[in-house]
Write a protein that binds this ligand. Structure first.
Ligand SMILES: Cc1cc2nc3c(=O)[nH]c(=O)nc-3n(C[C@H](O)[C@H](O)[C@H](O)COP(=O)(O)O)c2cc1C
Length: 138
């Protein structure tokens, strides 16, 4: 199974989750500057919420994704809202790309909020999420 991990992370929080997921999948996490091969079976795609939405660069990246990618699993970090999932899913679905119903989110530090997050507990949960998604998509 060809598994890919891509993320956009402005201050490093989502990158920590991306690295934990990638390590579980036995691949390396790459930023969205790296194109996703068309033969990808499972893409873990991560971002954060900034000013109530996702970064425009992530929106543009989703527009470049090949529609032959079999499935995308979303992960995110946020300070307040539940996740970036609805924002990312909406854009992927509009392109006809299948999105896993299961997603991962944890808090990420922002100003004086959520110091030290994501922490090791968050990253362990991200690893469990990755294992479950990989198992489901075998
Ligand atoms: C400019 C800016 C705007 C943000 N707006 C929101 C927001 O609207 N809702 C929210 O839950 N978190 C918000 N956050 C917090 C980020 O989602 C959180 O810090 C996240 O972990 C950042 O991920 P990153 O380090 O991968 O960039 C904002 C952070 C920044 C820097």
């Amino acid at each position: 199974m060809n598994v890919q991990v891509r993320y956009l992370s402005k201050s490093g929080n989502t990158k920590k989750v991306a690295d934990a997921i990638a390590e579980t999948a036995g691949v390396s996490a790459k930023t969205i500057d790296e194109p996703v091969p068309s033969e990808t079976d499972l893409l873990f795609l991560g971002g954060a919420v900034y000013a109530f939405g996702i970064d425009e660069e992530l929106t543009r990246f989703i527009a470049t994704l090949d529609q032959s990618i079999t499935r995308v699993a979303v992960f995110s970090t946020t300070a307040v809202v539940k996740s970036a999932y609805p924002h990312i899913k909406k854009r992927l679905s509009a392109r006809g790309i299948a999105v896993s119903e299961k997603y991962f989110n944890c808090h990420g530090k922002f100003a004086f909020m959520h110091r030290n997050r994501p922490n090791e507990r968050d990253l362990d949960k991200a690893r469990i999420f990755a294992r479950e998604i990989i198992e489901q998509n075998k």
